[in-house]
Structures are given as C-alpha cells and as structure tokens.
Design a protein around this ligand. Structure first.
Ligand SMILES: Cc1cc2nc3c(=O)[nH]c(=O)nc-3n(C[C@H](O)[C@H](O)[C@H](O)COP(=O)(O)OP(=O)(O)OC[C@H]3O[C@@H](n4cnc5c(N)ncnc54)[C@H](O)[C@@H]3O)c2cc1C
Length: 589
C-alpha cells in the first residue's frame, strides 16, 4: 500500500481556517508550537507514516497476530515491533503528554494531525499507541500522585502501552452489568478477578510491560453503573514478577487483523484504585472521550487512504468514452475519471474528508483551549464545543469513513474486491470504527440525551450563535444561504426533540441517529462555506496555488449541491416520530 500524507490540506485547515499558528502558541506552555516547529514535526510524522507504517499495512493484515497458548503471549505481525519502536523513539507517543512526566507538552491538535496520518497508513499498528493516550489522560486526570509517578513516565515515553478493559462477555454498552471484582488487600492494593473480552492490545510483544485500566466492582458497590470503580493493573509488577492478568486467546475478526483483540483473564491480579471508589465511570469517560475523538480520526484516516487509492485508479483505468465525446481519441477508451458517476464517488470522498478534517481539527483545537487557556470563560466555551462535538466527530466520521471506503471499492469495480488492491482491507478495517468506543447509535443517544440538555442547552445555543455570527458577518460570501438554511433546519429538529423527546424518551431514541447526521451536515456546511471563502480570497489576492484553491471552491459547491440536501429527508424522518418503529410487535419482526 502507498500513502502520501495530505500535508498541504492539513496545513490549510490548521493555519488558514483555524489560525492554529496564532491560537496554539498563545496558550500557556505551548509557546513552542510555532508554525515552523509544527511544520517540521508534521513533515517527520508524514515520513514515518509513509515509509515505515504504510508498507506494513497489507502484510500485517495477511499475517495477523498469533496467540501462543504455551505462555499465553501474542506475537504481532512482522515489522510491527520495530515500527512501534521507531514511533516511540521519535517522540510520537509523548507529543501532547505532560512535561513533568517526560512528555513534550505540545498541543493535542498536533497529535491529532499525526494520528490522522497513522490511521491512514496503518490503523492496526496505530491502535497500540492510540489507546495508550487514553490511559495517560485518565491517569493524569484521576490518578494519585504516587500512581502517576510510578506509571506515567513509561507510558508517556512509549516504553509501555496502556489498555482499556471495560467489556465483558455479557456486557458491552451497558457497563452497569459488569461482574469483575476488586477485593481490597491489606497493603492498600486490590485483587482483581474476572474476564474481559475484546481488549485491544491486551497482550502483545511491542513493549515489555502493559498497563491495564480495568473497570471492576468493590464488595460494597451499589448496583448498576454507579457502583463501578477503575483500577490500574500492570502485566508485570515493579519487582518484575508476573501479575496474573493473562491473555486467554485472540478474536478472529473481519478487519484490523494486526491489532491484538484479546480475551483477558484477571486471576486475583494486583491493582490500584484510580480516583474514588464507585466513581470509575467518571475517570473512564476521560479515557473514552479521548478515544472517541481518536476513533473519529480513524474514520477520516481510512477515508483518505481509500480516496488516494481510488483516485489513482480512476486516473489510469480506461473504460468507455466520455458522454461528451472522446477525451483521448488516440487511446482505445477514456479514463473512467471522465464519467459523472465515478466523479460522484470521488467527490463524495473528497468533500467528506476535507470537511471532516476541518470538523475534527476544530474539535481538537477546542480541546486544547478547554484544557490550557488561562481565561475561564474561554475554557468553558471550548469545553462546551468539545462535549457537543465529540459524539458527532466519532459517529459521523466513522460512518462516512466506511461509506467512503465502500465508494472507493465500488469505483474500482472488480479490482476493488480483490486482494490485489488495498481497498478491500480499508472496507474491512473501517467497519469496526462504527462499533467500538460506544456504537454510533449510542453516540447519537449521548448527543440527544446528554449533550443537548447540558447546562440548560448552553452548548447547542453556543453552536448556533457561532453559525449565526459567521452568517451575519459574511452576508455576501459564498454559501451563506446554505449555512443559514441548514442551521434553521437543525434548530427545527432540535425544537422537535424538545417538544416530543423530553416527555417521551422513545421519541428521542427514534430521532437520535438522523438528528446526529443533521447536526454533522450543518457543521460541515459551515466549514465548507468558510473554506470556500478563504479559497476565494486567496485567489483574489493573486495566490499562485490556483488548482488547490479552485478545488476547494468546486468541492464546496459539490457538498452544498449533492450532500447537504440529505438534511431534508433526515428532518422528515425525525418528524415522522417513533410510531412506525414501535408499533410492530416483537413477534411480527
Ligand atoms: C475489534 C474490537 C476491539 C475492541 N476493543 C475494546 C477495548 O479495547 N476495550 C473494551 O473494553 N472493549 C473493546 N471492544 C468492545 C466494544 O467497545 C463493544 O463492542 C461496544 O461497546 C459495543 O458493545 P457490544 O458489542 O457488547 O454491543 P451490545 O452492547 O450488545 O449492543 C448491540 C446493539 O444494541 C445496541 N444497543 C445497546 N444498548 C442500546 C441502547 N441503550 N439504546 C439503543 N441501542 C442500544 C447497540 O448500539 C448495538 O447496535 C472492542 C470490540 C471490538 C470488536
């Protein structure tokens, strides 16, 4: 597989759209994030993704991970260990981690850009350090100073990786059902016993220790999700003795075969409490939120890889003649890129990726502002945006990542279906992103059930105010009517939810998924309008990057003409309510 990091587009979003080169270095302790430094780091990340990680993507898929039952270990595909080592040694595990624990303290946004590249190049390999970030965040926010000192430095340096152990055979979404037990020991630690399944990176050979973050219940735990506590359980204890947290086997799955998905058996393994007893979900949410944004980037990354592959194919594959007459009469046929239907599939990918990139990077920058700004009001505003947009980034970008990979495959015809091309792997690999870290249905319920009502609807009001402010200040610019219109429709859908969903939760449940999509499309219309206007201004100012900026203007038109109108049918779907879903009996289904 070949991959070329879309550095120009990344820079366009980071600097021209989001003013990242002004905002990020102005945040406390981020003075080093100058444009020169960020550019240099991104160039290095691109080299690593293109030259080290991407070449292992296909072989990693074919070879997969191997379980060794004799010693309950897992061997990752050939080359993964060396590539991971290079990744860690080059500082990519520590970019945004706290400096007091050996991190570089750079903005999270920079990590986001690097993560997109990693996800495009080799999603399976990227999972190992990806989950470690979540563990670092949870430990930083809720761990005791002692735990932080003992475990953070090696997680930050990448010498150890982290996992997130939530799921059990009988419980995935409903974590209140977990059975794993934590019994207090005399020395202040806990004995953890239970079985977790589908644990990413639960066992592997990339590092010589693994730090598991495990949800379990204390003996006096109240029932349901209020009784869950979070524990840190290392594979090896500090005296190098083996903690009995063993891998019982690997899942055989349709994609991300280079990522070890493990059954984990905790057999009175020694662990330490993170945060307060029974408040583990709170700490876990820190980890899950960061993981949700990462999974959104997985969708984006795979879509980019699929786009590059299918675009290259469309420029070379010759079939039939253009409907407007032969474009290359000397050849037996024209390249398929002349056909409107092929362009539909390409442009859907391009518009989704570039708009999605703006949405994802915007959310990441809000996260930096929420964590680092010294202005309390600014922090609160940014945090509202992060809370509101996290489920949207996760669900919309992973749905679309899969659809884009599928379009890429469709565009390539029978070739796409064969293993001669990497695209069938992208389709398989991207499928899981819609499921883990909370299925996309659950993300939609989170948006509708928790985020809309937060602080009396403050976050959604701020989102509408942002769009309104933009439209009022740019009345004569490109696509302002589209932004106004979609914002009006999102308000209409929000109003419908308030009128029907607050008194009847099934109404909210039936509207959640189409509502999240209306939300995402509205946000995309805002970013596409802004990007088209920036491009126009650059061209008017005499920029020599004519193709780059004209492409932005054309792609914005495609988005507004062909993708944004989905909002109308989604609104109809929302307003039709729950009846046709709920009136049919279980026996009739
Ligand atoms: C490859 C892979 C890697 C994974 N990695 C990890 C990991 O590292 N750590 C970890 O802890 N877990 C991991 N998981 C588990 C993953 O997070 C769960 O699969 C996911 O949370 C969904 O749980 P479930 O599969 O049990 O589905 P279920 O909870 O059984 O849900 C089944 C269906 O019902 C729907 N549903 C459930 N409840 C509701 C509701 N209240 N309202 C509406 N719809 C509902 C869901 O959306 C879904 O469509 C992984 C899974 C896979 C396959």
């Amino acid at each position: 597989m070949t991959y070329q990091a879309p550095l120009r587009d990344m820079q366009f979003v980071l600097y021209e759209l989001l003013n990242g080169d002004e905002i990020l270095p102005s945040l406390p302790n981020c003075e080093d994030a100058s444009r020169d430094i960020m550019d240099a780091m991104l160039t290095e990340a691109a080299k690593l993704a293109e030259n080290v990680m991407a070449p292992l993507n296909t072989s990693g898929d074919r070879e997969g991970c191997q379980y060794n039952p004799d010693d309950k270990t897992v061997t990752t595909p050939t080359g993964f260990k060396e590539a991971y080592k290079q990744f860690a040694e080059n500082g990519w595990t520590s970019i945004a981690s706290p400096q007091e624990y050996g991190g570089q303290g750079m903005p999270h946004t920079l990590n986001t850009l690097a993560e997109e590249m990693v996800c495009s190049a080799n999603l399976s390999l990227g999972m190992y350090p990806g989950l470690t970030h979540g563990a670092i965040n949870a430990l930083t926010s809720y761990g005791s100073d002692e735990l932080k000192e003992r475990f953070l430095p090696k997680l930050v340096s990448g010498e150890w990786t982290g996992t997130m152990c939530l799921t059990e055979p009988h419980c995935g979404t409903d974590l209140g059902l977990i059975r794993t037990k934590a019994i207090p020991a005399a020395d202040g630690s806990y004995d953890i016993s239970g079985t977790k399944i589908w644990i990413t990176g639960g066992e592997h050979d990339l590092t010589d220790n693994i730090v598991h973050l495990v949800l379990a219940k204390l003996p006096d735990a109240p029932g349901g999700s209020k009784g869950i506590s979070l524990f840190l359980v290392p594979k090896f204890l500090e005296d190098r003795s083996r903690n009995p947290a063993f891998c019982g086997g690997l899942e055989h799955k349709m994609g991300i075969k280079g990522s070890a998905t493990c059954v984990m058996n905790f057999e009175e393994a020694k662990g330490w409490l993170i945060g307060e007893p029974h408040k583990g979900l709170q700490a876990m949410f820190v980890m899950m939120n960061s993981a949700r944004l990462m999974v959104g980037l997985q969708g984006l990354g795979i879509a980019e890889a699929a786009y590059q592959t299918s675009l290259g194919f469309a420029k070379e594959r010759r079939q039939s003649r253009s409907l407007s007459g032969p474009q290359e009469p000397d050849q037996a046929a024209d390249c398929i890129i002349v056909h409107p239907d092929v362009r539909r599939m390409l442009l859907r990918q391009k518009a989704t990726i570039e708009g999605g990139r703006a949405l994802a990077y915007f959310t990441s920058m809000q996260l930096d502002i929420a964590h680092k700004s010294d202005d309390e009001k600014e922090r609160e505003h940014a945090d509202d945006m992060v809370q509101l947009l996290t489920p949207v980034v996760k669900a919309y970008l992973t749905d679309e990542g899969f659809f884009c990979a599928n379009d890429g495959l469709q565009l390539m015809g029978g070739n796409g279906f064969t293993q001669d091309w990497p695209i069938e792997q992208f389709v398989r690999d991207s499928r899981i992103t819609r499921i883990y870290e909370g299925t996309n249905g659950i993300q939609a319920l989170d948006l509708v059930g928790r985020k809309l009502g937060m602080a009396g609807g403050r976050a959604i009001k701020r989102f509408f105010a942002m769009l309104d402010h933009y439209c009022k200040n740019n009345e004569n610019d490109l696509h302002i009517e589209h932004v106004k219109n979609s914002s009006k429709k999102l308000q209409q859908a929000t109003m419908w939810l308030m009128q029907h969903g607050m008194t009847d939760r099934e109404q909210a449940g039936s509207a959640a998924t189409p509502y999240l999509r209306v939300f995402a499309l509205t946000a995309m219309s805002y970013f596409w309008s802004r990007m088209a206007n920036l491009a126009k201004r650059s061209l008017d100012a005499g920029s020599t990057e004519v193709d780059f900026y004209q492409a932005k203007i054309h792609t914005a038109e495609f988005f507004m003409d062909k993708l944004l109108p989905q909002i109308d049918s989604l609104i109809t779907e929302i307003e039709s309510g729950k009846d046709s879903l709920m009136s049919i009996s279980v026996a009739q289904l």
